[in-house]
Design a protein around this ligand. Structure first.
Ligand code: 4NP
Length: 162
């Protein structure tokens, strides 16, 4: 990998369940791979109603049982993010459609990817919103994110442009 940093932004609707979890899972994977200095990771939400709040308590508790600490503070996606980040990764089709609408130019549109496009398991094409469901939904989010983050790290590591 070259010396420039690669910047990843995970995006979901609320930035309290899926994208902060993706941020935590990916940060741990990148740290374990010794690539902390090369890859920067953040998360944001399409909605910004609760900006400044912590991630959802249920999501934090499920993640913590797998050794992930959700430390991110809710913030909305901004136009600037499309210039600051190299990969902007949405969790479902609605996130992707919203991001494409917000993108300020074609180069920005090309930075937008679906999280499950990086997954090895082809059973899910999106990360389902766990907010209104039960415990199984939070566990599923973590299973899907662990799979997709592994694929994303492989994709980044094997890209000769990186
Ligand atoms: P997230 O879950 O997009 O994974 O953070 C949601 C959290 C809050 C809401 C929707 C989804 N909400 O409508 O408040």
């Amino acid at each position: 990998m070259k010396q420039e940093k690669i910047r990843l932004l995970f995006v979901c609707l609320g930035n309290i369940c899926r994208s902060p979890s993706a941020e935590a899972v990916m940060k741990k994977m990148v740290k374990d791979a010794g690539l902390e200095d090369r890859i920067e990771i953040d998360s944001a939400g399409i909605l910004g109603y609760h900006a400044g709040e912590q991630a959802d308590q249920r999501m934090r508790s499920h993640a913590s049982r797998r050794g992930y600490k959700l430390e991110s503070i809710l913030r909305p996606v901004t136009t600037r993010d499309f210039f600051d980040f190299d990969y902007i990764i949405g969790m479902d089709d609605r996130n992707l459609a919203d991001l494409r609408q917000m993108a300020p130019d074609q180069e920005s549109v090309e930075k937008i990817h679906g999280m499950m496009d990086f997954a090895g398991n082809g059973l899910y094409d999106h990360v389902p919103d766990p907010y209104y469901g039960g415990a199984a939904g939070f566990e599923l989010v973590l299973d899907l994110l662990e799979d997709a983050c592994r694929g994303l790290l492989d994709t980044i590591s094997s890209n000769p442009d990186n």
